[in-house]
Design a protein around this ligand. Structure first.
Ligand code: PRX
Length: 630
């Protein structure tokens, strides 16, 4: 079928289309209704059906191809390389599931996963799915305050963690950060399950902290059947940043997610059972959920879980894995490619990459020089795709599994089947139908299967945040600017809100501001995202001091800057650390007191700050300008 017809079918005959896709997964009980959109914007998919994510990702393949590779763990940090077949993965997941049950975890409970990229993290996620508990994975790079706020929102019954991760050969202890977070959090989980990698000694809290190795031993042969869950049963929550400081728990369902991922593996990623998929993301991000764990496994593919840097021991390490495991589909982020681009160019030619069919890149804009370089170096299609934590799978992409299409530099492709993508005028909400007009990228409800059901425990916030931003229209806003050309290819032009994208990591500037403000000498601060050659964007902070004499000399200012950075490291994690913290005597504001973040950002990027007629004190913006140019 040509893609245009396939796409139209998905929108015009929505239920028939998704009923066809639903055949890609196993159902314990067939659904009665494909989509219930009686209460917009809340969509319920495959109502009445029963299934299980873990069954579809593990058990069904263990039954038919027990010896096929399922999970390939590679750590260039600890020099470990372990391959689990589907049969072995099924056994490990059951041991973990039995342990969770022994520790009191029941269907519907939350389990917070704060772990490095180790197999036990995958076992934990799949074990939760198996018994109907909701996992909530928190990226290992986040520190105690970020972790505590997520613990309080998710109110987990149990936290699973490890002694440490490792990065660039340096041990990164997790347990002290977790202990600190558990002190800060109001909610106290009953149990903490610890995986001891023997990397970093830690203290155990008696009665609370449990040792996974001992429990695994105890449950060496325990059978834990998959719990058949309603398709609408929540599978997990994943926190992501938005405009306000408080992260949102994106809640996903079970059946819709399984179907959406299975369909994407077929139509977008073109992955076949028995092949190997390599996503270089982290389980703490949505790409890790959908395309390290669930997507590839649901498709019966082996998935590589990689702990380490792309440049260690050398810049050929990823390509050596492609050769060794005959990777057919690879997924990464533009930042990683830019890092590799700076390394030895011969790294790419040292390995046999003939198995690889395509490299998918997502998470941030793919600039043309980077796209060209990697396309030429690899000699394979580079497929830029655009989506969000909220959607769980691509909104814009090429769907080469349906019909081969050419990519255009700078474009993540066309609207993916199932997504009724619109461009809207920001102020009037009018749909922009003519080509090459700039508007807010929006999606007409219902969101397709696999997308967020709601904000965890906050339906009102779901409606208010995502469905109320365009006046007079109940339509989902992505908070991204975009344009569409005459051929239907979209170009993404950046966020309309305060979310920034640092090295493909999505961060809320408000969260960083809150952290900086907790410093005793900071009166006020504005954080903006500034274009960066390597990371795409970096955070820049401009702060007003309570006692300006503390930054009177350049040396004092540098010392204070270091203090603020350390504070952000300790509270939120190094991922959120601003590239610079500069001190000013006032922030540029409107007469009504709103901080002009866009003007600060423009000045930092050397652009014209635009209309400043409402600005209270032009001297404040001049200070920013002087610091940047100085
Ligand atoms: O601004 C868009 C940008 O990343 C945001 C979503 O980030 P996150 O929730 O972490 O999900 C990433 C899933 C891949 C979007 O709102 N973004 C994502 N992909 C692209 C992109 N910007 C430009 N091009 C992309 N391909």
């Amino acid at each position: 079928m040509d893609y245009a017809s396939f796409y139209r079918h998905s929108i015009d005959d929505r239920d028939a289309f998704w009923a066809e896709q639903a055949a890609l997964i196993d159902w314990k009980k067939p659904f009665d209704r494909v989509c219930d959109y009686d209460n917009p914007p809340f969509a319920k998919w495959f109502v009445g059906g029963q299934t299980n994510l873990c069954h579809n990702a593990v058990d069904r393949h263990a039954a038919t191809h027990p010896d096929r590779h399922a999970l390939i763990f590679v750590s260039t940090e600890t020099n470990q390389e372990v391959t689990y077949s589907f049969r072995q993965l099924e056994a490990e997941v059951q041991r973990m599931a039995a342990t969770l049950q022994s520790l009191g975890v029941k269907k519907g409970d939350r389990v917070l996963v704060y772990m490095p990229m180790i197999p036990e993290a995958a076992f934990a996620m799949l074990a939760c799915a198996r018994i109907g508990a909701l996992h909530s994975v928190v990226f290992g790079g986040f520190a105690s305050v970020s972790l505590a706020s997520r613990i309080d929102d998710a109110t987990p019954e149990l936290v699973i963690s490890a002694d440490a991760g490792s990065r660039g050969g340096k041990i990164v202890p997790y347990k002290p950060l977790l202990d600190e977070a558990l002190t800060l959090a109001v909610h106290k989980p009953a149990k903490v399950l610890m995986v001891d990698r023997g990397l970093s000694p830690f203290t155990r809290v008696a009665g609370r902290d449990e040792d996974y190795a001992a429990w695994r031993e105890k449950h060496a042969a325990t059978v834990v059947p998959c719990e058949w869950l309603d398709a609408t049963h929540p599978s997990y929550t994943l926190y992501t940043s938005g405009t306000t400081g408080k992260p949102k728990g994106v809640q996903r369902d079970t059946g819709g997610y399984a179907v959406a991922l299975a369909a994407s593996m077929k139509h977008i990623f073109c992955g076949q059972a028995g092949e190997t998929y390599f996503s270089t993301s982290d389980i703490g991000w949505v790409v890790g959920h959908s395309y390290i764990i669930y997507g590839p496994l649901i498709a019966g593919m082996a998935t590589i879980m990689y702990e380490g840097l792309p440049t260690r021991p050398d810049a050929a390490v990823w390509w050596s894995l492609v050769e060794k495991y005959k990777v057919t589909v690879m997924f990464s982020a533009p930042t990683a490619v830019r890092v590799l681009k700076k390394q030895d160019p011969a790294a790419l030619s040292r390995h046999d990459l003939s198995s690889l069919r395509a490299l998918f890149l997502a998470g941030e804009p793919l600039d043309e020089p980077t796209a060209k370089w990697i396309a030429e170096a690899l000699g394979k299609p580079i497929i830029d795709n655009y989506w969000q934590t909220e959607t769980g799978w691509p909104i814009l992409s090429l769907c080469n599994g349906v019909e081969k299409a050419d990519s255009k530099f700078g474009s993540p492709g066309k609207a993916v089947y199932g997504y009724d993508v619109k461009l809207l005028d920001e102020t009037t909400g009018e749909e922009l139908t003519a080509p090459n007009q700039k508007g807010v990228v929006a999606i007409e409800g219902p969101l397709p299967p696999g997308c967020m059901q709601t904000v965890w425990q906050d339906d009102e916030r779901f409606v208010k945040t995502y469905w109320s931003s365009v006046p007079g229209k109940r339509v989902y806003s992505t908070f991204d600017w975009g344009i569409r050309d005459a051929d239907g290819y979209f170009f993404i032009l950046g966020r309309t809100d305060d979310v920034i994208n640092v090295a493909g990591h999505r961060l809320g500037t408000r969260e960083i501001e809150e952290s900086i403000s907790s410093h005793a000498n900071i009166a006020e601060v504005a954080v903006v995202g500034v274009a960066d050659q390597l990371k795409g964007q970096v955070a820049m902070a401009f702060a007003v001091l309570k006692d300006a004499s503390r930054a009177a000399t350049p040396a004092d200012a540098l010392k204070l800057e270091g203090e603020v950075m350390k504070l952000v490291d300790e509270q939120l994690g190094a991922v959120a650390r601003p590239a610079r913290v500069r001190f000013v005597t006032a922030l540029p504001k409107t007469r009504s007191g709103k901080t002009l973040r866009r003007a600060i950002q423009a000045v930092c990027e050397g652009r014209d700050p635009g209309d400043l007629t409402t600005m209270e004190d032009p001297g404040a913006l001049q200070q920013v300008k002087d610091l940047i140019q100085g």
